[in-house]
Design a protein. Structure first.
Length: 218
């Protein structure tokens, strides 16, 4: 069917991710095309790109950036939290926040560890850190505290630890058990001066189904 409105025609082109509209005499525009994941109502990870200067650095004495996460820090071991240290925080930093997350193959974001309102005087966390700021919940068991990685499937999985330098303490009225990743990100969105991340990889291949000793968890 051919449609005309005041002799102005428009053309619609579809691609796998975008829908483009071309209107003569006007700037072309686009809207996101609905993907299969969105159509099924799955929770997709929202875009969030905090400032990252490169001068602010996050490290661990237990693993290098991009390195293999030792078993001791996973659900196959003691489930300890990583020792961390950071440097190069910008002037005006009043507090820190920390989030450990993973994006699964379906695009869903899972978070394993969250701390916020870490005092500005702190620049390191020891192994099995306790008493530093406020601990939020995790998406694995929805409890307050660290949920060690314990992937259901084989193959390497990447987990990202991000520390945020904030211009003020985070103001959240919810109890820690209700503080999700989205709640924390929204609360500190306008406070982020800089951020740094550390990526670690864990591969459970060879452990899954090993004599029935492993109970598969998210």
């Amino acid at each position: 069917m051919k449609l005309e409105t005041n002799r102005c025609q428009f053309l619609v082109l579809f691609s796998s991710t975008l829908v483009w509209f071309f209107v003569p005499g006007m700037v072309s525009a686009w809207i996101p095309a609905q993907t299969g994941t969105e159509a099924r109502g799955a929770e997709s990870s929202p875009g969030f790109a905090p400032k990252r200067s490169g001068s602010f650095v996050l490290r661990s004495s237990a693993v290098a950036d991009g390195g293999a996460l030792p078993v001791d820090y996973t659900g196959d071991g003691a489930g300890s939290t990583l020792p961390l240290e950071w440097s190069g925080a910008p002037a005006g930093t009043k507090s820190y926040a920390l989030i450990m997350h993973h994006i699964d193959p379906q695009g869903k974001t899972k978070w394993y560890w969250m701390l916020y309102n870490i005092p500005a005087s702190v620049n390191r966390l020891p192994k099995n850190a306790k008493g530093f700021g406020t601990t939020g919940n995790n998406s694995i068991n929805r409890q307050v505290g660290y949920a060690p990685p314990h992937s259901k499937g084989p193959g390497p999985k990447t987990y990202v630890l991000t520390v945020y330098a904030l211009s003020a303490p985070v103001q959240i009225s919810l109890p820690p058990a209700e503080v999700t990743r989205d709640v924390l990100l929204a609360a500190m969105k306008n406070l982020i001066l800089d951020s740094a991340e550390l990526k670690v990889v864990y591969d459970r291949t060879g452990r899954i189904g090993n004599a029935g000793k492993d109970k598969q968890k998210p």
